[in-house]
Design a protein around this ligand. Structure first.
Ligand code: CA
Length: 223
């Protein structure tokens, strides 16, 4: 079973998560500090990372991990009022985030989803969200067989979201994927394209809320 490293200094939080993970058959390791985490990184299949730790910020560990060869998935733990941290976490390479206080069951479900996505071969974007079909080769997109007439940017946006269903993308990440780095596009541009996409989805008989807004963070395509 996968081994999850919980980097969290609040004992009660770490224990509730440990209990839920063990019940589901995961192996669990603990680290109450960044220092303790360093020693256990190599054996972890996934890291649940608190941001505020006694000897520093979880962000430091995240950026070290992302600068290294090994691509271990990371889920960050943030507080409800730390929206900026969520954005920074995702942009710093976290795979997902969980808001405290959380239900351990929800975290286990997120961990499963992230591990599934991290597995090679990666799920192909073509059939994300079930009834939505996206063909990157022909750049055609249909919902239940009804073609969606998308602009280039709308197609690229939907394709990016569908590359990791259920994952939240920040607006900046979407801009980089679609336009490339350093391109001067504002967040509002993305919002406008999302709005158009939802309208076209809806016109084809789909649920416009297939594309979910994660308030203050970005967007995700519901799996
Ligand atoms: Ca903490």
């Amino acid at each position: 079973m996968p081994r999850v490293l919980i980097v969290e200094d609040e004992r009660a939080i770490a224990e509730s998560l440990e209990f839920a993970l063990r019940r589901d058959g995961f192996e669990v390791a603990f680290a109450p500090t960044l220092r303790a985490a360093e020693a256990q990184l190599d054996s972890a299949d996934l890291i649940v990372l608190d941001l505020m730790l006694p000897d520093g910020s979880g962000f430091d560990l995240l950026s070290r991990l992302r600068g290294s060869e090994r691509r271990v998935p990371v889920i960050i733990l943030t507080s409800r009022d730390e929206e900026a941290d969520r954005v920074a976490g995702l942009e710093g390479g976290a795979d997902d985030y969980v808001i405290k206080p959380f239900s351990p069951r929800e975290v286990v479900a997120r961990i499963r989803a992230v591990l599934r996505r991290a597995q090679p071969p990666r799920r192909l974007p073509a059939s994300a969200a079930g009834r939505l079909s996206i063909d990157a080769g022909t750049r055609r997109c249909t919902y239940d067989g009804t073609p969606l007439d998308l602009t280039r940017t709308e197609f690229d946006l939907l394709h990016a979201l569908a590359s990791a269903p259920d994952r939240v993308f920040t607006r900046q990440q979407l801009i980089e994927r679609i336009f490339g780095e350093g391109y001067a596009v504002t967040d509002r541009t993305i919002d406008a394209h999302i709005k158009a996409l939802r309208r076209k989805l809806s016109a084809a008989g789909g649920d416009p809320e297939l594309i979910e807004t994660e308030r203050g963070v970005g967007y995700r395509l519901r799996a």
